[in-house]
Ligand binder design. Structure first.
Ligand code: NAD
Ligand code: MLT
Length: 551
């Protein structure tokens, strides 16, 4: 008889569904506040687990677990679950991505209003019996500029509310098209730094990633418009808390509202004693409606999975036949790497993208390969993207993905060619497999070449004149950066050319500047790809799990 463990407090509506599941033979127990051995033992004695963000399900908590088949996160962020460890052990991780969107957007807006009208400070003052009407002069929102970083579900919902308040909205998200932004009344900007001098309010709605960590730090303080009010209802660490303290002290920042903190729970912070600061203890999703929706949806996901094997909203697993995966595994890896490459070469929101199969691969089932390309494109920007949800996430952002196939062979027995169109630019790449599993780049921006698709790449465009390769080699030699392989493609002698170096280390800014100074070189860009043989997290566990196996 399948059993479920509830690891964080869940809305009564979710518990009622669990009670009702007894009639289909599913039992449950609630044990909150677990960690260490008790958590590991509890997980090992149930088939399914459901949690919010309180419990931390790390690799140690899953070690040696031969029973658990699914973990459901009632909420969005799955950063409290080690998904790689779960995948490796064949445990499906699912979430409820949309249930708390509106509540969180409303909380962000409540913070924006609360900051503007000093609600919390005025409330505290009056409760201490002071009738002080001069100290709490506010500002109105109409006519002010709001900057939104991250325009996914919550960012877009905040934008709609800001428009109703007659605010001007600037936005930045690498994966939102101009067309979709225009529909929402958002003026897209090219960089976050570019928007900082112009915004009266800044709110962030991205996951915490290497790119978003300390998006506003010490270095950004001089760029901020004086008196700006900053809001974070996404994840702690997107703003550098030390820089916020400094910005407030210097009078650069006019107000800060935080729902999330670098370390949670957070009960001590220098910010707590400072005027102009409004804080809540991670309450974005804490409404009756949101908690009911995520609990009901989450329990539903778990019961469906345990009773029929149905997988929805998986963040680590695809419900596909392992045999089918085996026949395209190398191409899945290749397409994922091509997606990662193009995302880095472009860096702005594509309007459309395409993938074309030629030769023997076109005769196989390429559905997963296309999905892997989409996952690679989105991976740096969107949390928990995988081959299950990537195409849907592209569509949600208004980005078309076109697939084409032809079985007659070209220069290689199989080629996967991809492109993305963004603004007036088109970026193209094509790859093949050497053997069954060694991805190689065989075309870039229309030029034929041959490079490894792993590790650190320097991609530089130049005019095909004598001496360029030698000069670049000398620069890296002098600066101690070893070149593992070098390849050049050109349209015609003396014409446009592109070089790709596979490097053993990331070149310094100095090395890049020296390359850019070489006569004839037009651009130079570093691209970082996963090491050879390193599979995406959502693929890594496939083939080794013993349960109903995720991919
Ligand atoms: P989402 O995936 O729908 O949207 C995230 C967006 O961020 C995507 O559109 C992505 O393209 C964009 N993005 C990623 N990297 C970026 C970058 N470097 N610069 C600009 N944009 C970037 O997610 P969502 O449901 O809108 O949730 C947003 C965040 O809010 C998540 O971190 C989530 O965990 C958090 N959240 C917090 C609470 C709370 O209680 N405070 C509740 C729900 C969600
Ligand atoms: C989420 O990611 O869903 C939120 O942070 C809300 C929560 O953890 O309760």
């Amino acid at each position: 008889m399948p059993s479920i463990i509830v690891l964080d407090s869940l809305s009564p509506d979710g518990i009622a569904l669990l009670d009702a599941a007894a009639s289909s033979g599913i039992t449950y127990e609630v044990r909150t506040g677990l960690s260490g051995d008790p958590l590991r033992d509890a997980l090992a004695s149930h088939d399914g687990a459901i949690c919010r963000s309180g419990v931390k399900i790390n690799a140690a908590a899953l070690a040696g677990n031969h029973r658990l088949r699914a973990i459901v996160r009632a909420g969005v962020g799955t950063d409290n679950i080690d998904k790689e460890a779960a995948t490796r052990q064949g445990i499906v991780v699912m979430n409820t991505p949309a249930g708390n969107t509106v509540s969180t957007a409303e909380h962000a807006f409540a913070l924006i209003l609360g900051l503007s009208r000093n609600i919390a400070a005025a409330d505290a003052s009056l409760r201490s019996h002071k009738w002080d009407r001069n100290r709490f002069m506010g500002v109105q929102l109409a006519g002010k500029t709001l900057g939104i970083v991250g325009l996914g579900r919550i960012g877009q919902t905040v934008a709609k509310r800001a428009a109703a308040f007659d605010m001007k909205i600037l936005g930045y998200d690498p994966f939102l098209t101009q067309e979709r932004a225009a529909e929402l009344g958002i003026e897209l900007v090219d960089t976050v730094r570019g928007m900082l001098p112009h915004v009266d309010y800044l709110t962030v709605h991205t996951p915490l990633t290497d790119e978003t960590r300390h998006l506003v730090g010490m270095a950004e303080l001089p760029l901020l418009k004086r008196g700006v009010r900053l809001v974070n209802c996404a994840r702690g660490g997107i703003y550098d808390e030390a820089a916020l303290v400094e910005g407030l002290k210097q009078g650069i920042i006019g107000g800060i509202a935080l729902d999330v903190f670098e370390v949670e729970p957070c009960t001590e912070s220098p910010l707590f004693g400072m005027p102009g600061v409004l804080v809540t203890p991670h309450l974005g999703a804490s409404t009756e409606e949101a908690q009911s929706q995520v609990a009901v949806e989450g329990v539903g996901l778990l019961i469906d999975f345990l009773s029929s094997g149905a997988i929805r909203h998986s963040v680590n697993a695809a419900a596909i036949d392992p045999t089918q995966l085996e026949s395209v595994r190398g191409f899945v890896d290749l397409a994922w790497r091509l997606g990662l490459l193009l995302a880095q070469l472009d860096g702005t929101a594509p309007r459309s993208c395409s993938i074309a199969y030629r030769g023997e691969v076109a005769g196989r089932n390429t559905r997963l390969v296309t999905a892997a390309f989409a996952a690679g494109l989105l991976e740096s920007a969107i949390e928990d993207v995988n081959i299950v949800n990537a195409e849907m996430l592209l569509r949600e952002r208004g980005i078309d993905l076109v697939e084409q196939s032809r079985t007659d062979p070209g220069a290689f027995s199989s080629v996967v060619a991809v492109d993305i169109v963004s603004g007036s630019q088109v970026h193209r790449a094509a790859g093949t497999l050497f053997g069954h599993s060694m991805p190689r780049l065989v075309q870039l921006q229309g030029h034929r070449l041959e490079a490894y698709l792993d590790g650190i790449l320097l991609v530089f465009t130049h005019q095909d004149v004598p001496g360029i390769i030698g000069r670049v080699g000398t620069i890296f030699g002098q600066l101690g950066v070893n070149i593992a392989q070098m390849t050049v493609g050109r349209t015609a002698p003396g014409g446009d050319a592109i070089g790709v170096l596979n490097l053993d280390a990331t070149p310094s800014a100095k090395a890049l500047a020296a390359v850019m100074e070489c006569p004839g070189i037009r651009s130079a860009q570093v691209v970082t790809l996963p090491a050879a043989g390193q599979l995406p997290g959502w693929l890594a566990g496939a083939g080794s799990a013993q349960r109903s196996r995720p991919v």
